[in-house]
Design a protein around this ligand. Structure first.
Ligand SMILES: [Zn+2]
Ligand SMILES: [Zn+2]
Length: 353
């Protein structure tokens, strides 16, 4: 066998399966047999409907899509120092240059070198039977986690964990989450594990409200509307939440997240795109609030996260509402684009259920 199937996104709301040669790992590289490859919202936002992005978010036409890859190493190239054949591995989805300041901090996402290439964007990603990855981009998947747990750490859960560490979450906190797609749901799971005692969600899509309620992660799930700030204050003794996380990228929802946060509270924006309009004096300065932006995570935090997921008995795969084999990847992307789902995964071998 020397060829494999891989999925590309032409940018017209379709997906094409094509035949590719199975890559041969070079120095410091590994060949991974893909087991689970989950779809991220940014695949839909930037690539699926049209190729919107430039620079780090520019998808190179013809690349195999998918930047949440997890699988098993089947071959290592010369010079690998830590990972071996048979290891289960998550791929940090940006391969940075490795020598700039951002890469040295572990934030390959922020690398601006011409040598930076993201899997599924500027180099082949996880929507294929095999993936060629650099050893330096790998995180070892603990035995207690499934490949579908690991795939979500590659982008979604890693991004959420970083954002929550940025604002700090503890048992002192009530948390508001605006936007209950997979990132919002992951936020609720991790906030609960970190000790938050009250978790509230706001969403506009009915199917997502139903999924959020079904998962039982929230103390209250509200339908997006003009009364949301008053509702959150009512649920928190009139004060608002200590922490808020925007996963919606929606202007109104972001304002709700800011205004429903109490004095001295912290807000983090994780949702990408759109705008945010607020009145600095009224909405943050006079109430001593801070707004943070957080983009993806570092590779060491991913290692920390997988260890904690095991300790907390948190299983990201619980958010997967639909699993598709690679041959049906077109249906997987169409479903994700509809928003009428939780997390959607393209799965292989034992992950097919
Ligand atoms: Zn992503
Ligand atoms: Zn770099």
């Amino acid at each position: 066998m020397s060829s494999m199937q891989g999925a590309i996104l032409p940018g017209n709301s379709t997906l094409e399966l094509k035949s590719f040669p199975i890559p041969i790992p070079g120095h410091g590289e590994v060949l991974i047999r893909m087991k689970s490859s989950t779809i991220c919202g940014s695949d839909i936002r930037c690539i699926y409907h049209e190729h919107l992005g430039k620079g780090p978010e520019g998808y190179q036409p013809g690349m195999i899509a998918g930047h949440e890859p997890c699988g098993q190493i089947v071959e290592t190239g010369p010079g690998c120092r830590r990972f071996r054949k048979g290891d289960r591995a998550i791929v940090y989805h940006i391969s940075g240059c490795g020598v700039c300041n951002d890469c040295r901090r572990g934030y390959m996402i922020s690398c601006t070198s011409e040598f930076r290439r993201a899997y599924g964007w500027q180099r082949d990603g996880g929507m294929a039977e095999f993936l060629l990855a650099e050893e330096k981009d790998l995180v070892l998947l603990p035995d207690a986690l499934s490949y579908s747990d690991g795939a979500q750490v590659a982008c979604g859960f890693g991004t959420v964990y970083e954002g929550l560490e940025r604002i700090g979450i503890s048992g002192n906190d009530a948390v508001l989450i605006t936007g209950l797609g997979p990132v919002g749901l992951a936020t609720a799971m991790l906030c609960r594990a970190m000790g938050a005692q009250k978790i509230f969600g706001i969403e506009v899509i009915e199917d997502r409200i139903a999924i959020a309620k079904h998962l039982g992660l929230f103390d209250a799930v509200l339908t997006a509307g003009d009364e949301n700030v008053a509702q959150i204050r009512d649920l928190t003794g009139g004060f608002g939440t200590e922490r808020s996380v925007d996963c919606s990228a929606n202007n109104k929802a972001r304002l709700t997240a800011i205004q429903a946060t109490r004095k001295w509270g912290k807000i983090v924006f994780l949702g990408e795109g759109g705008t945010s309009e607020f009145q600095p004096s009224r909405d943050i300065i006079h109430d001593q609030k801070s707004i943070y932006g957080s983009w993806v995570t570092t590779i060491w935090r991913m290692e920390e996260l997988v260890e904690r997921l095991v300790r907390w008995k948190v299983r990201p795969e619980q958010l997967i509402t639909h699993r598709f084999p690679l041959k049906d990847a077109a249906a997987a992307y169409a479903l994700m684009a509809s928003g009428k789902c939780g997390k959607v995964a393209v799965v292989f071998d034992e992950e097919i259920r």
